[in-house]
Write a protein that binds this ligand. Sequence first.
Ligand code: CUA
Length: 316
Amino acid sequence: MSAFAGQLQSVLSPAGSAAGSIASLSWLLFVGAALIFAGVMGLLAWAVLRRATQPVRPRLWIIGGGVVFPLAVLTSLYAYSNLQTPGWLAQPPAGALIVGITAHMWWWEVRYRDPASGQDVTLANELHLPLDRPVWLGLSSPDVIHSFWVPALAGKMDMVPGRVNHLLVEARQAGVYRGQCAEYCGEQHARMALHVVAQAPAAFDAWLAAQARPAAAPTGPSAPLIERGRQAFLAQRCNACHSVRGVAEQGRLGPDLTHVGSRLYLGAGTLPNQAGSMAHWIANTQAIKPGARMPSSKDMDSATLSALAAYLEQLR
Ligand code: CUA
């Protein structure tokens, strides 16, 4: 699927303004450290190979190499990194898009304000951003400390229970970027990924408008199967933890599934959302992601499982 092509999780492939500063600082450190290392090795070679009659002035080397040189290098690095790093803002800049992100063990809840209705729209595990617009992320957690990190966009920011931290990001290049929880948070810390889709503003607006709509009623030849799946969703009590807007809206413990079929991945970056993934995930959750809060539905009969998966896959 083309959506999976070219997704990057690299500090050295920046696609956002803050990540750009981090990348140029990193290169400066790599190159500077390499030059200093080469210089020190050169001096070492000279010290070993020099003839004993050549004079050495220890005071010059100790004061010059041990005090003046490091002071000059570290002071200029400090000044340069201060120029590169934007100051911390207490308020979102004008025109910024505001998005709330809550880290859970082990998935991401994402909240947008729908400009049409003024209502919050709750989504999961996928963040869409309009290109070239500042986005102010409000980051929190209800359980343990997690850390938000999308290397292509910006540095890390911890997500701490009881407080809201902020991170300003701005995507400059369209693409899909992988993010990863960067603070050890328990058994499935490693499978706590999120995907960021940076897209043109018009495409972003259309996406958000679609995500804000409640689940559509099934139509077409597969409608009876999907209706069976919808009945199974309620009968199996999936809605105790998961919401589908327009169908069952009380579930708050797990990801909102209103448009789960539109997402790139299932289980917070665990499985690509392809044909067969949904049924596999539902039947084998604990084998795929041991410790996840969702039980495996191993004993569900295959007809019910197929109908349930068909229902969830068409929630786009
Ligand atoms: Cu969440 Cu590590």
